[in-house]
Ligand binder design. Structure first.
Ligand SMILES: [Fe+2]
Ligand SMILES: [Fe+2]
Length: 174
């Protein structure tokens, strides 16, 4: 039985994940409009991952027979000063989400809800990776400020594809 405190905080987190999806779509569209297709592709893919995070949380609540609130989200930032700004915003966002996920783990543990604690472990690991990925990208994009094709070449080499055995998003393979 999932703890009520965990369930309500996880419902809030679903909103944060959908907001992250929208923000990354806005970043991708910005890069696409600047004709930086590798950066655009990276952010379109990150956006899908955020949607999957939300849907993994939805599926967990469905499996646990708990209420699910599908949230509205506020408009993302869509205008950026330069090619560095979206990545810098993304890194801030990933750091914030890491804190939110850690807080969720703390609630589960404090409530003695070991099932939810185990569920949220995957996201702790995921956040370590996402913060590291964005930190790396920020360094590269900062060096490429005057020469955007450098970061495009780096993206094409370092970020071609990714997949793994992850929790199932709601609706996947349905
Ligand atoms: Fe996420
Ligand atoms: Fe993320």
């Amino acid at each position: 039985m999932a703890a009520d405190a965990f369930v309500s905080q996880l419902n809030e987190q679903i909103g944060h994940e959908f907001a992250a999806h929208q923000q990354y779509v806005a970043c991708a569209v910005y890069y696409d409009s600047e004709t930086l297709p590798q950066l655009a592709r990276f952010f379109y893919r990150q956006a899908l991952e955020e949607r999957d995070h939300a849907m993994m949380m939805v599926q967990y609540l469905l499996d646990a027979d708990q209420p699910v609130q599908v949230p509205g989200v506020s408009a993302p930032q869509a205008e950026f000063a330069d090619i560095v700004a979206p990545v810098s915003l993304a890194l801030d966002q990933e750091r914030r989400v890491s804190e939110q996920i850690n807080a969720l783990a703390a609630v589960a543990r404090n409530e003695g809800d070991y099932t939810s604690e185990q569920f949220i472990q995957w996201f702790i690991k995921e956040q370590v990776e996402e913060v590291a990925t964005m930190s790396d990208l920020l360094r590269v994009v900062e060096r490429s400020r005057e020469s955007p094709m450098d970061v495009e070449t780096w993206m094409a080499r370092e970020h071609s594809s990714a997949a793994g055995a992850d929790p199932r998003p709601a609706g996947a393979g349905a």
